[in-house]
Design a protein around this ligand. Structure first.
Ligand SMILES: C[S@@+](CC[C@H](N)C(=O)[O-])C[C@H]1O[C@@H](n2cnc3c(N)ncnc32)[C@H](O)[C@@H]1O
Length: 228
């Protein structure tokens, strides 16, 4: 019988919480310790994490010098998917808040996603994704956000800003014309769809299977910034 084997604890900077890495049979699981707690991610189900990158990056593949920002790294599946669908001259910046998560991906966990941190197009930064978002206008062709379980702060309370009118305005400013903002969620949220529209994005809401082609589905929002 499979059981959870505790492997490591990675403190979340600036708070008193932590992420914990477990082995579960052939797979790995990341859980949030304490508080709202629960499972953040596992290596068995990553269909929707793949699709978060696949949908916008396929559309961008023909553009030269594509720049993508991903927040956060997690188990590396969104990053690996972005790299699969982008050209050789692309750059994918990954903002990951928790240093331990980057270390886990450089170790055995990284095998599960095909070691995307080793790709020369990857630039991983140990920062809050809010930093590169606020850094400069029109820097990215796509911003892919999967830092919580939906459009509400979970890993840290301050993530709530990302989904607010101010956070979405910062995303719009950080995007090049015609760029994409993609957001992952465990469930649908009509209020957030409306908020994206109010922030000036043309919004598509897509339901994607967590694993294979049946069972649990997750929600992705793909917002397109106006072309000019
Ligand atoms: C659900 S996982 C991401 C899963 C990822 N899409 C994948 O394919 O494996 C969420 C990640 O976001 C990170 N994170 C949470 N808040 C963040 C923030 N404000 N900035 C950067 N990373 C953050 C967490 O530490 C965690 O590694």
């Amino acid at each position: 019988m499979k059981r959870y084997v505790w492997l490591d604890r990675a403190p979340i900077p600036g708070g008193d919480g932590a992420l914990c890495l477990f082995e579960y049979g052939e797979d790995y699981v990341i859980k949030i310790e304490g508080g709202k707690g629960g499972q953040l991610m596992n290596t068995r189900m990553h269909g929707s994490e793949d699709a978060l990158a696949e949908i916008p990056c396929k559309r961008l593949a023909a553009r030269p010098g594509v720049r993508v920002l991903i927040g956060g790294l997690g188990m590396g599946f969104t990053l690996a998917s972005a790299l699969r669908h982008l050209g050789e001259d692309a750059e994918v910046q990954v903002a990951e808040l928790v240093p331990g998560v980057i270390e886990w991906n450089r170790g055995a966990l990284g095998e599960k996603s095909g070691r995307p941190l080793d790709d020369p197009r990857t630039r991983v930064l140990n920062v809050d994704v809010a930093e590169p978002l606020k850094a400069g206008p029109k820097g990215f062709d796509a911003i892919l956000l999967d830092v919580d379980n939906g459009p509400e702060g979970l890993t840290q309370q301050s993530n709530t800003w990302l989904y607010s009118a101010a956070g979405l305005a910062a995303c719009a400013r950080a995007l090049r014309p015609g760029g994409y903002l993609a957001v992952w969620s465990a469930s649908a949220d009509r209020g957030f769809t409306l908020k994206l529209g109010k922030a000036g994005f043309a919004v598509e809401e897509v339901q994607v299977y967590a694993h294979g082609n049946r069972g649990t589905r997750h929600t992705l929002w793909i917002g397109t910034r106006a072309a000019r």
